[in-house]
Design a protein around this ligand. Structure first.
Ligand SMILES: [Zn+2]
Length: 96
């Protein structure tokens, strides 16, 4: 199984944050979450053709509760209160 196929198989089971996916795949280091984000963007395109959808629970500021847009991204700072204490978005694959 390729890394991309492993991510798809994990996300069909339950939802994951980018950090949790990096751990599940055995990825380490600074760039690991970014790598997961790039894979998720590619996966979203593939899913459209398969009649499935990548559900996104948006990132949220843990300080003021600001909810980000549901995007495949890792926001680093809250636009409202400038806090960097951000809950990561979560992703799951579901039938459309
Ligand atoms: Zn905030």
């Amino acid at each position: 199984m390729t890394r991309r196929q492993r991510i798809i198989s994990l996300l069909e089971g339950r939802d994951y944050s980018p950090s949790e996916l990096a751990v599940a795949l055995g990825l380490r280091g600074r760039g690991s979450r970014r790598l997961v984000i790039e894979e998720l963007k590619a996966i979203q395109k593939v899913l459209k053709r398969e009649g499935k959808v990548l559900r996104i629970k948006p990132a949220e500021c843990k300080r003021c509760g600001f909810v980000f847009r549901p995007e495949i991204n890792l926001p680093s700072r809250c636009p409202k209160c400038k806090s960097e204490w951000i809950e990561e978005p979560r992703f799951k694959i579901e039938p459309r």
